[in-house]
Ligand binder design. Structure first.
Ligand code: NAI
Length: 353
């Protein structure tokens, strides 16, 4: 069970000479402005001063500037190389391609890290889940190569390269070693996709040899899903390609109480974007109902990255304390608290951390 104090332990940026680091801020669509507003308030309450460079993207930018990726956004990200981001809307089947995928590719943010941990006070059928999803972020079926071969026949191209597979495996093993995790499971469908997933596994096996301290295993994705919902405690670090990682991380969020609780980060060698696993939650947007914890914990991961790990730990401890007390719970957790009430409780809990 999460004691609420442990760092989520992603990569770190080198020490900044500036007192207030400049960070691009993308509020996002749907519940984005509400949960990102909460994360900013909590970060401010830690005393860490951040010079936020506010930029719009996605549907909000489309309305304002007629494009979902304004040049000013890309220029800001190229300058700051770090962002806190709310979810962005992507229409199903029609419309522009995912801006999330675009940003991850444009800045080569190849590693998506999603620490998924049980909290005392959150009632789910599972206790003591403590696993981390490491998802490859730049290729696979997200290559964006789709075409109609003939009327009624389309092809989507799955691209897997040795370079991307090796570097994500190395990232996952480095993370496991740094965080003193014991085991890593590569999840795949190489029984069917023998070449593509076969290459992914070959690369993972090659990297695994250099980390004898981390127990390496492999599991087919369907069997892994069954094991996740029957014995999630048996997993530690999960290494997945892009599509499986996307799907399995929402499943993992369900194990610990839902999407409102799970933070995330996209890391590259030269930058990072911090964002919750969840999307725009249009069903609850602008109603002050969204759980802000996933965004707040993503903010804590941002602080770790900016070398303010003590403050990141304080945020995690405060979130843990509020959930443990059970007095303030948002609707997704079975309570009645609003987004703002949850945020205020977390800020008040600072006094006790
Ligand atoms: P979603 O994650 O927005 O919502 C799924 C369910 O979880 C909904 O019932 C929602 O109310 C609930 N939920 C999500 N976040 C919550 C929170 N913070 N507190 C309480 N409940 C929460 O997924 P959906 O509906 O599939 O996608 C909606 C839009 O979001 C789509 O346009 C999709 O493309 C986009 N999306 C964007 C992401 C990003 O920007 N990183 C990630 C996932 C989806």
């Amino acid at each position: 069970m999460n004691d609420g104090k442990k760092s989520h332990g992603g990569a770190k940026r080198g020490p900044s000479s500036k007192k207030s680091p400049r960070v691009t801020l993308i509020e996002g669509d749907g519940v984005g402005p509400e949960v990102i507003g909460a994360a900013i308030s909590v970060i401010a309450a830690t005393g860490v001063s951040i010079d936020w460079d506010r930029r719009s993207a996605g549907a909000a930018a489309m309305r304002q500037y007629g494009t979902p990726v304004p040049d000013a956004l890309m220029e800001s990200l190229a300058r700051t190389r770090v962002a806190l981001k709310g979810p962005l809307e992507t229409q199903v089947g029609v419309g522009y391609r995912s801006i999330n995928v675009h940003l991850r590719k444009a800045f080569d943010l190849y590693a998506n890290l999603r620490p998924t941990v049980s909290f005392a006070g959150v009632h789910t059928p599972f206790r003591d889940v403590n696993l981390t999803v490491v998802r490859e972020n730049t290729e696979d079926l997200y290559s964006g190569i789709e075409h109609e071969v003939a009327p009624g026949v389309v092809e989507s191209v799955k691209v897997i390269t040795a370079r991307a597979s090796t570097r994500i495996a190395k990232f996952a093993f480095d993370y496991a070693r740094r965080m003193k995790r014991k085991s890593l499971t590569a999840i795949h469908k190489a029984n069917i996709m023998k070449l593509s997933d076969g290459l992914f596994l070959k690369c993972a096996r090659g990297v695994a040899k250099r980390y004898p301290d981390i127990k390496y295993s492999e599991q087919i994705v369907d069997a892994a899903c069954m094991r996740l919902v029957t014995n999630p405690q048996s997993f530690d670090v999960l290494l997945l390609e892009n599509l499986y990682g996307d799907i399995v991380s929402d499943l993992c969020a369900g194990l610990v109480g839902g999407l409102g609780l799970v933070p995330g980060a996209n890391y590259g060698d030269k930058g990072a974007i911090f964002e919750a696993v969840h999307g725009t939650a249009p069903d609850i947007a602008k109603k002050n109902l969204a759980n802000p914890i996933a965004a707040i914990l993503s903010g804590a991961m941002l602080l770790d990255y900016l070398e303010h790990q003590r403050e990141g730990d304080r945020i995690r401890a405060s979130v843990g304390a509020v959930l443990r007390s059970g007095k303030t719970l948002t609707r997704d957790l079975g309570g009645k608290a609003s987004t703002t009430a949850m945020t205020e409780s977390i800020i008040c809990a600072f006094a006790r951390t």
